[in-house]
Design a protein around this ligand. Structure first.
Ligand code: IMP
Ligand code: MG
Length: 170
């Protein structure tokens, strides 16, 4: 597999994002991070460890892909949040925004739960694949239309443990 982003490059960028996020929220307010499982778990873990602000976390699971490499456009809720979002500064933490269908759906649901603010952080973005417009305030890297794995991202549940991002050879 070809390495697209090595571990050090990712670490550096994630630290930058963490600092940027902290700068943009009032110092005395808690930031509530909502990780989208499973793909977002590595990004979330690194992001929060670079933050010194008061943070809380929750986890949500959706699936949109089955085991293939093409989005079905169908999003299923597999695990909901444990706590309310009401009046909290929420940041959705996701691995990648591809067609945008998953995030669009998620943002609508989460916004209906009356957070004080709602933003989204994605490690990766593939803008050329977008089917719906979706706002993502924090993007780690913009990449070409290639199927990538590692750093949380899988192909048929494999490769999530790679410390880098690699292009899956088809
Ligand atoms: P979207 O709804 O098309 O934006 O799909 C988003 C979801 O598809 C992500 O959360 C990933 O789980 C998955 N996905 C999209 N592109 C890739 C990829 O290149 N590698 C691994 N998973 C991907
Ligand atoms: Mg995902």
């Amino acid at each position: 597999m070809t390495v697209l982003l090595d571990a050090e490059t990712i670490q550096r960028r994630v630290r930058e994002l963490a600092l940027q996020i902290e700068r943009e929220y009032p110092k005395d307010e808690e930031i509530h991070l909502v990780c989208v499982l499973k793909g977002g778990f590595v990004f979330m873990a690194d992001l929060v460890r670079s933050m010194s602000a008061r943070v809380s976390m929750d986890f949500i699971a959706v699936s949109s892909y089955g085991s293939g490499t093409k989005s079905s456009g169908e999003v299923r809720f597999q695990k909901d949040l444990d706590t309310s979002l009401e009046n909290r500064n929420v940041i959705v933490v996701e691995d990648i925004v591809d067609t945008g269908l998953t995030l669009k759906y998620l943002q609508e649901i989460l916004r209906s739960r009356a957070p004080k603010s709602l933003r989204t952080a994605c490690l990766l973005s593939k803008p050329s694949r977008r089917k719906v417009e979706v706002v993502v305030e924090y993007i780690g890297f913009t990449i070409e239309d290639r199927f990538v794995v590692g750093y949380g991202l899988d192909y048929a549940e494999r490769y999530r443990n790679l410390p880098h991002i690699a292009i899956l050879q088809e």
